[in-house]
Ligand binder design. Structure first.
Ligand code: ADP
Ligand code: MG
Length: 383
């Protein structure tokens, strides 16, 4: 990808980049709807991502190119205006530029910018966080600035929340920023506090993206959020992370049936994240896999954010040969299922699952095989 990017940069801009950066996509490994309840989550940075090349210009003009639009977007010196239509992808690097001052970081005036990717966009793998972090690192590297990872993560999240306007949690940018090959990223969302947890190199991921999305998904997220906050209030805690299972059972008569189920899911899920973290410290993928499948079953019956499509995939995968466990990954109500497998799980087995799904639902899910990879980094810098 590095040489491909350099060659494309040369073709588009007639000179080589001064810096090359990359940032990975991520998988939500376990920790479903735990973030806004103050809990923890485990994510995997994958071995695909977004690459950015950049070089300074001294006229203040900013030029952006990606295969996404297939043409250069030129912004006059000093202009930081939200873009729409085919150029709307520019809002990601632009949002990063707009965020930098809030973190006391300098931003380059003029530059040529190019993004190249081997990560599917809009597939739940957070290409948005990847382009944000690769952009932030590129802008800093152009100026010889070297901010710490946590700051880069926060700049990316700020860009997505405030400039792009997507209210994502810390998982996407946190995992892209702190990812490490043969590791997962553990995030205590209250800090936030980041830590890496070893993952055996034999662990493989298979993602089945159904491309389904519940028509009312935004409203459903909002109502789940509200139910969790109401349950916390009924339990006398600020956030569900502070409640224990026994406390919930005690308070059950005073809760609505939905409130009880949502809280049960969140409290159990936070415990599952901790159990998975312990199991991984021992390199125990079998126990970890069972926790993944239990997480899905809890989504299905308690949080009720699964769908027939996702349930079908998990049923076909979990308990199957070479599979440790499977669950929906991301917010739910459609989207993707992730399976944690041994190296023996192969393309033929994945294709059989996809064919069964196609027979049942009429469309074929996209299948992606991946492993963990390094977090966001400056790949190359001219001296
Ligand atoms: P996800 O983060 O799950 O991939 P999003 O809708 O949050 O989905 O982000 C996808 C958007 O990010 C794309 O529509 C595009 O605007 C931007 N993006 C991702 N990758 C690239 C890329 N390589 N070049 C330009 N824009 C990109
Ligand atoms: Mg995104």
């Amino acid at each position: 990808m590095h040489s491909k990017l350099t060659a494309l940069f040369q073709t588009i801009y007639g000179r080589p980049p001064e810096v090359v950066t990359r940032a990975p996509g991520r998988i939500e490994f376990i920790g479903n709807h735990t973030d806004y309840n103050g809990g923890s989550v485990l994510g995997a940075a994958i071995n695909r991502g977004v690459w950015v090349g950049a070089a300074r210009r001294d006229d203040g003009v900013r030029r952006f190119f990606s295969e996404f639009a297939g043409k250069i977007t030129t912004l006059p010196a000093g202009e930081l205006v939200r873009q729409s239509g085919p150029a709307s992808w520019v809002n990601y690097p632009l949002g990063v530029l707009a965020a930098l001052p809030a973190f006391g970081l300098p931003g380059p005036e003029g530059f040529d910018f190019l993004a190249l990717s081997d990560l599917p966009a809009g597939a739940g793998l957070s290409s948005s966080a990847a382009i944000e972090l690769a952009s932030a690192l590129a802008f800093q590297a152009l100026l010889g600035s070297n901010p710490d990872r946590e700051t880069v993560v926060k700049v990316g999240k700020h860009a997505e929340n405030h400039f792009v306007g997507v209210p994502c949690g810390i998982l996407d940018q946190g995992v892209s920023g702190f990812g490490r090959r043969d590791h997962l990223v553990y995030i205590d969302c209250r800090g936030p506090r980041f830590e890496t947890v070893p993952l055996p190199p034999t662990a493989h991921f298979w993602i089945f993206n159904t491309h389904t999305k519940h028509a009312l998904v935004d409203g459903l997220y909002a109502s789940r959020h509200r139910e969790c906050m109401e349950a916390a209030r009924a339990l006398g805690v600020g956030l569900l992370v502070e409640a224990k299972g026994a406390q919930l059972e005690h308070a059950r008569p005073g809760l609505s049936p939905e409130g009880y189920k949502r809280a049960r899911h969140v409290i159990d899920e936070i415990e599952r994240v901790e159990s998975a973290r312990q199991a991984l410290r021992r390199g125990d993928l079998s126990t970890t896999g069972r926790l993944l499948t239990a997480s899905h079953q809890s989504s299905q019956s308690l949080f009720e954010n699964s769908t027939a499509e996702l349930d079908y995939l998990v049923e076909m995968l979990a308990g199957g040969l070479n599979v440790y466990g499977a669950r929906l990954t991301g917010g739910g109500f459609g989207g993707a299922v992730m399976a944690l497998t041994s190296p023996a799980f192969g393309a033929a087995q994945a294709a059989a699952v996809a064919s069964g799904y196609a027979e049942r639902f009429g469309t074929r899910p996209d299948v992606l095989h991946t492993q963990t990879g390094p977090g966001a980094e400056v790949v190359w810098k001219a001296n």
